[in-house]
Structure formats: C-alpha cells, structure tokens
Design a binder for this molecule. Structure first.
Ligand code: PGA
Length: 252
C-alpha cells in the first residue's frame, strides 16, 4: 500500500511572534508556488498556538504541539491538557520526544498515557522512539525502540491504528549525524512489523524518521519503503530548507 508522505516540523523552544510570521509566510509562499505532494505540519511552542493557528488558516499546513499533560484536567500547574490543544485546532502532538525523556524524566508509561489522552480528544499522537549512541553500540537498538513503542501499543489496544510514530535516534538529533537510509529503514521495518503484530490495523500508521534530516539527505531517506515522512528540527526553522524537504516528496 502506498502511504502518503508526512513532513512535520518540530520548532522546539524556538520562535517569536515576528519570527513565526516571517517563517510561515515564506513557507506559505513556497507552497503556493508548488503544491505539496505530502501532508505538512508544524509543532510549535504552546504560547504560539493561537497565533500560528490564525496564520495557517485556510492553508495546507496542519497545526501541531510538542507535548501534552497525561491528565484530563485539574491541579497540574504548568501543564496543558489535550482538551485545550483541541480547542486551538491542534491536529498532531509529539509525545515522548527524547528531549522530554532525557530532561524531564518521561518514562514509557507516561508517554503511553499522553498518547491515550490525545486520542480521547481526536489529536494524533506522534510517538517518538529512539536509542542513544551507547544503546546502539551495545546492539540494543531494536530492543529499546520495541520497548518504547510496546508500552504505547499495550495501553492503546485497537486505537494503536490512530497514532503516528517517529523514529529518532538520539545520537542523530541536532548533531548533523544522520542515520543512513539503510540504518533507518531497518529500524522502521522492525517498528512496522511490531505495529502489524500488535494490531493489524496499525500496519500502515505513518512512520517518520527524525534526526538531522535536511534538504540534502531527505530524498534518500524518504525513498525507503518504510519511511513515510520526516520529523524535522533545525531545518524546519529555515523556510528554504523546509521547502526543499517537502519538495523532495514530489518524486517519490
Ligand atoms: P533535528 O531534530 O532535525 O534538529 O535533528 C529533530 C527532532 O528532534 O525532532
């Protein structure tokens, strides 16, 4: 089955009112010149959801967020609920990004609970998995990503067909060191098999690659049979680079 490619930008903790407007105006202009052959989303910091929602209105780019509370509502100071994200038109939300796992102690069970909470509100969780350099060198890559994804699949049951997954090797994030297309494909194939084994309907969930994907390497990565798109950090902050990555899906 041919799956539509999906390119998502992860702005992380970058941006500002003016910078966001300039970036999205340049991306919008580029997409008007050449309609995208893929789905496109941007995951923006919480305070800018309202602004970016307005800037994206009527266009092809979908709104995303980078994190969500695992709780429905209540005394959780500083948290943002899935219901709130839904009210602002958020369609996708990252969960379990390695920076959350590493700096905020997010365990697999928390990531799974967040994914479940998002689905209650009709938002697609983009579940991020990936091994550290030490884990790769110890030959643990498959076991680590299987454990991370497995926690989500176990909690979601048949709803697993409604998620997206991003494989982001930690050693490739923001380092300029990308997984080779073969390395990425190998992990994606294993994730695909795990998804299909857990829930037949989940065999075709979008599997994105992330980690130093850029205008130069995107086409080769995206040409792999089990790589359905990209989760783009640094290069999503530069309109020409982001547009080139989007444009590389035209020939696939
Ligand atoms: P990068 O980040 O493209 O800057 O490596 C990807 C990510 O962390 O989502």
């Amino acid at each position: 089955m041919k799956r539509q490619k999906f390119i998502a930008g992860n702005w992380k903790m970058n941006g500002g009112l003016q910078a966001n407007a300039e970036l999205l105006s340049a991306i919008g202009e580029g997409l008007r010149a050449q309609a995208p052959a893929c789905r496109v989303a941007v995951a923006v910091p919480m305070p800018y959801l309202a602004q970016v929602r307005q800037l994206l209105a009527g266009g092809a780019i979908e709104l995303g967020a980078q994190d969500v509370s695992r709780h429905e509502k209540g005394a959780f100071t500083g948290e943002t609920s899935a219901a709130m994200l839904a009210e602002f038109g958020v369609r996708h939300c990252l969960v379990g990004h390695s920076e959350r796992r590493q700096y905020h102690g997010e365990a697999d069970a928390v990531v799974a609970a967040k994914a479940q909470r998002l689905l209650v509100h009709g938002i697609t969780p983009i579940v991020c998995v990936g091994e550290t350099l030490g884990e790769r060198e110890a030959g643990q890559t498959d076991a680590v990503v299987a454990r991370q994804l497995g926690a989500v699949l176990a909690l979601l049951g048949s709803d697993a067909a409604r998620i997206a997954v991003a494989y982001e090797p930690v050693w490739a994030i923001g380092t300029g060191r990308t997984a080779t297309p073969e390395q990425a494909q190998q992990v994606h194939a294993a994730l695909r098999a795990q998804l299909a084994g857990a829930q037949p309907g989940a065999a075709n969930v979008p599997l994105l690659y992330g980690g130093s994907m850029n205008a130069a390497n995107a086409a080769d990565l995206l040409a792999q049979p089990d790589i359905d798109g990209g989760l783009i950090g640094g290069a999503a902050l530069k309109a020409p680079d982001f547009l080139k990555i989007i444009g590389s899906t035209h020939d696939l």
